[in-house]
Design a protein around this ligand. Structure first.
Ligand code: SF4
Length: 388
């Protein structure tokens, strides 16, 4: 599908089936908005899954956190060595911060060069600046991580050992296993546990988080404890969420895990039921501003952008639905918003080529345009214009 026809899509040509397998994050995302999940996973002509638009700031943040995660995990697995020690230097060198950042930037640039929605999505920060961010955050947080967490024994990474491996004997032999992928034997649910360790016959399920603490982290680990229990029949006795600022430990038992498993089964049934009709229910909220398929969502567009037009001095970026009312020229046209307010749209000389062709009477959905203090709507390099 060409870039132009992507911006003329009105709705999916085929809605998705229910997923065969759920993860904690897919359940969260369907709970947040079932319609968004369906729209992302639908088919549009010859395109399967609507292409998500990379957001440069989010990509930069993801790169920083990805490398930080890797650094902290590596150092935790090496026993949290002292800053400046040979073990510390060896662990840092093995992560290769600059090489990793370079590889992730190049992967992003490569993706957007072929991406149908890649216009205006190049990163604005260079490799060295991102490396500096990683180092700054790491220097601030490592002493806290070191003083707040006991180091686990060096784990065996089991990600490549296959599902037939006997995990419990291996855990007893090695003391700790990392990257443990598990599927529930009866429920369609799977997850990857960062670390499972055993100490005096107490099995702990551990996850490392570099972000702020959230209750959902605990919920996720409880379900991972259920996975370990059902797969090995060995009951974990605690879960640990390891933040940089400290570790949250929760003692668990069979009745608690039974309850979590029961709730999981109910949640999967509910999610399957909500996804069984298409389009599914739309759950409008704050999250909509980051929704990559909002151009297809009728509920989102009810009054969208009108408030921004009334608060032009306060709001810069705007999503707005417009109907073209004047003959489109090489630099703009007159339009009305969905509630009939007149406005002027302007764009640079290549705007017609990038966003058009435009025709009189046509309805448009504009994502991330900019409104000036005079009430003019500008199409910028990162603006997207969908033709209805
Ligand atoms: S715009 Fe909001 S309500 Fe609509 S699909 Fe996206 S997340 Fe759901």
């Amino acid at each position: 599908m060409s870039n132009t026809s992507l911006y003329h899509l009105k709705q999916p040509t085929a809605w998705p089936e229910n997923p065969d397998l759920f993860s904690f994050s897919s359940l969260m995302s369907i709970d947040t908005c079932p319609l968004q999940w369906q729209l992302i996973h639908s088919t549009y002509g010859d395109v399967h899954k609507f292409p998500a638009r990379p957001n440069p700031s989010a990509v930069e943040g993801t790169i920083v956190h990805h490398v930080l995660d890797e650094l902290f995990k590596k150092l935790a697995f090496e026993g949290l060595p002292e800053l400046g020690s040979p073990e510390f230097a060896e662990a840092i060198a093995s992560v290769n911060i600059t090489g990793k950042v370079e590889a992730l930037i190049s992967e992003h640039e490569n993706q957007i060069s072929k991406h149908p929605r890649g216009g205006g999505c190049r990163l604005r920060t260079g490799t060295q600046q991102i490396v500096n961010q990683v180092i700054r955050l790491f220097r601030a947080e490592y002493p806290k991580a070191k003083s707040n967490a006991a180091a686990p024994p060096k784990p065996l990474n089991v990600s490549s050992l296959g599902s037939a491996v006997q995990l419990l004997p291996l855990l007893r032999e090695r003391g700790a296993l990392s990257e443990v992928r598990l599927a529930h034997p009866k429920l369609p649910f799977e997850g990857i546990i960062d670390l499972v360790r055993i100490d005096n016959e107490i099995i702990s399920v551990v996850d490392f988080k570099t972000g702020a603490p959230k209750p959902t982290h605990r919920d996720q680990l409880l379900l991972y404890a259920v996975l370990w229990w059902r797969k090995t029949e060995a009951l974990p006795k605690q879960i640990e969420v390891r933040y940089l600022s400290g570790t949250e430990v929760l003692t668990i038992d069979a009745p608690l895990l039974d309850e979590c498993e029961h709730a999981l089964a109910g949640r999967i049934d509910a999610v399957r039921s909500v996804l069984s009709s298409a389009p599914a229910i739309a759950r409008v909220g704050e999250h909509c501003q980051y929704c990559d398929v909002r151009q297809f969502c009728p509920d989102y567009w009810i009054n969208c952008g009108e408030e921004s037009l009334d608060n032009k001095t306060k709001i810069k970026n705007i999503d707005i639905e417009l109907t073209i009312k004047g003959h489109p020229g090489s630099n703009g046209f007159l339009a009305v918003t969905s509630n009939g307010s007149p406005c002027t749209v302007v764009y640079s000389s290549d705007g017609n080529k990038v966003h058009g062709p435009f025709s009189l009477g046509e309805k448009l959905r504009v994502l991330k345009g900019r409104i000036t203090e005079e009430g003019t709507i500008e199409f910028l390099p990162w603006t997207e214009v969908f033709h209805l």
